[in-house]
Design a protein around this ligand. Structure first.
Ligand SMILES: Cc1ncc(COP(=O)(O)O)c(C=O)c1O
Length: 392
C-alpha cells in the first residue's frame, strides 16, 4: 500500500525555472538579485517595512533576541506547546525560558497565563502561531505593551494566516518565518526575519554578517557575531513559491475542509479551530482524540503507521521534555499549564502535504476511524497488563 507522508511541498515548473536562473545567473554583480526580490516581495506580502532572508527560522528568533540585548537571568515567556526551535534561542542568549499555558481551543498562547507568568525579569515574549492558527493578539499585545515586554511573533507555521485581516508576521517588534521543506512555503531550509523598526533591522543585518557594517573597512569586524545567510538558489525558490502563495494557502484550506467533512461526525475527534477573527491556514491538520477513548497519541501513531500512514505527535509540553529538566522547578509545574498537559497526549498531526488528494484524505480518515476502533483493544490490553494494586 502506498505510504502517505505527513508533509511535503508543491513544486511547479515556475520554481524549477527560477532556481535554474539563479544557479545560472545569480553570481558576480548579480549575486543578490534573488535575495532582494524575495525580501521585498515578502515584506510587501506581510505588510512590514524590512525583511532579511536567513538560513532558518531558528536563526531569525536568535537574531531577534540578540537585538534586545538581554542580560543573564532575564526571562522570556514562550508557550509550553511549540517546537523547541521557538525556545532554544532563549538559552543561546543566556536568558531563561518561562513556559506559559496554551488556550484550549486555538492551542496558541493563553493571554491570562501569559500575564500570570510576568515577573520583574520578563523582557520578551515569543508568541507562536501554532499549526497555522493565531492567538488572541489584541489581549496579548495589550498585556505586553502595559508591561513593556518586547514581542517576537514566531510565524514559522503560519504564512498566509490572518488576525483581523492582518497577516501573520505583521505583529510584534520582529516576526519570524520558516521555509523548511515541510512548510507551506518552502526554500528547502530557510527563514525570514521581519520588522518595522529601522534600528532593529540594521542591528540584525550587522549581527548576521559576522559583526561588520556594510561599506565599512573590509575585514574589520567590530563585534564577534554570526554568519546567517541564505543562498541565491533558495531565495529564487522562495520567490517562486511566494508568487504562488494564494494558491498554496487555498490548497491548505481545501485540504482541511476535506478532513473536516470526513471527520466532523465523529464526536471523539476535535480538529484545528478557527476563531471568527482568524484565518487559519492549517499548516498541519491536527486531531485531538477525546480522553474517554483512552488511547495515547503514541499508540495511535503506531496504529496509523501499520496502515502506512505517517502521523506526528502533538508537541509535548516543553517543560516536560528532557532538554529542560535542568530548569528551576518553578517553570516545570505540570499543574500550572493544564491545557498544555491535557492536550499533549491526545493529539496527532495528520498527513497535510501538498501531495494529498481528496481520495488520499478519505483513506486517512477511514484508517483513523479503523485505528480508533482497534485502539479499544489496545486500551483493554493495557488495562489487563497493568500491575494490580496489592491489597494491604
Ligand atoms: C513554531 C516553529 N518555530 C520555529 C521553527 C524553526 O524553523 P527552522 O527549522 O526553519 O529553524 C519551526 C520549524 O519547524 C516551528 O515549527
Amino acid at each position: 500500500m502506498e505510504r502517505i507522508p505527513v508533509a511535503g511541498p508543491w513544486i511547479t515548473q515556475k520554481e524549477i525555472d527560477y532556481v535554474t536562473d539563479a544557479v545560472t545567473h545569480a553570481w558576480y554583480d548579480n549575486a543578490n538579485i534573488y535575495h532582494v526580490r524575495f525580501e521585498q516581495a515578502f515584506a510587501e506580502y506581510v505588510n512590514r517595512k524590512y525583511a532579511i532572508t536567513l538560513p532558518s527560522c531558528t536563526s531569525a528568533i536568535h537574531l531577534s533576541l540578540l537585538s534586545l540585548d538581554l542580560s543573564p537571568g532575564d526571562e522570556v515567556i514562550v508557550p509550553d506547546v511549540t517546537w523547541i526551535a521557538s525556545s532554544a534561542p532563549i538559552t543561546y542568549v543566556g536568558a531563561r525560558p518561562v513556559f506559559a499555558d496554551i488556550d484550549i481551543k486555538s492551542w496558541c498562547l493563553d493571554a491570562r497565563s501569559f500575564e500570570e507568568n510576568i515577573t520583574s525579569r520578563t523582557r520578551a515574549l515569543i508568541l507562536v502561531d501554532l499549526y497555522g492558527n493565531m492567538p488572541d493578539m489584541d489581549a496579548i499585545l495589550d498585556i505586553a505593551e502595559r508591561h513593556g515586554i518586547a514581542v517576537i511573533e514566531d510565524a514559522a507555521e503560519a504564512v498566509g494566516s490572518e488576525y483581523r485581516g492582518k497577516k501573520a508576521g505583521s505583529f510584534g517588534l520582529t516576526s519570524t518565518f520558516s521555509f523548511h521543506g515541510s512548510k507551506t512555503l518552502t526554500t528547502g531550509e530557510g527563514g525570514m526575519l521581519l520588522t518595522d523598526d529601522e534600528e532593529t533591522y540594521k542591528r540584525c543585518l550587522f549581527l548576521r554578517d559576522h559583526g561588520r557594517q556594510p561599506n565599512e573597512r573590509m575585514f574589520w569586524n567590530t563585534e564577534v557575531a554570526h554568519k546567517y545567510k541564505m543562498s541565491s538558489m533558495q531565495a529564487a525558490l522562495g520567490l517562486a513559491q511566494l508568487e504562488r502563495i494564494d494558491e498554496l494557502v487555498a490548497r491548505k484550506r481545501e485540504l482541511f475542509g476535506w478532513y473536516r467533512d470526513a471527520l466532523c461526525e465523529d464526536g471523539h475527534i476535535t480538529l484545528n479551530y478557527e476563531a471568527p477573527l482568524v484565518k487559519n491556514t492549517y499548516w498541519m491538520v491536527t486531531a485531538i482524540i477525546d480522553q474517554t477513548v483512552g488511547v495515547t497519541k503514541d499508540e495511535l501513531i503506531t496504529l496509523m503507521a501499520q496502515r502506512s500512514v505517517d502521523c506526528r505527535p502533538f508537541f509535548s509540553p516543553l517543560s516536560s521534555i528532557p532538554a529542560y529538566q535542568n530548569l528551576a522547578q518553578a517553570t516545570l509545574n505540570r499543574s500550572k499549564n493544564p491545557n498544555a498537559y491535557g492536550l499533549a497526549n491526545q493529539g496527532i498531526n495528520l498527513p497535510s502535504g501538498f501531495n494529498m488528494t481528496k481520495d488520499l484524505v478519505f483513506r486517512v480518515c477511514r484508517d483513523l476511524k479503523e485505528a480508533l476502533t482497534e485502539s479499544a483493544k489496545v486500551v483493554q490490553t493495557r488495562k489487563e497488563n497493568a500491575t494490580p494494586i496489592q491489597p494491604h
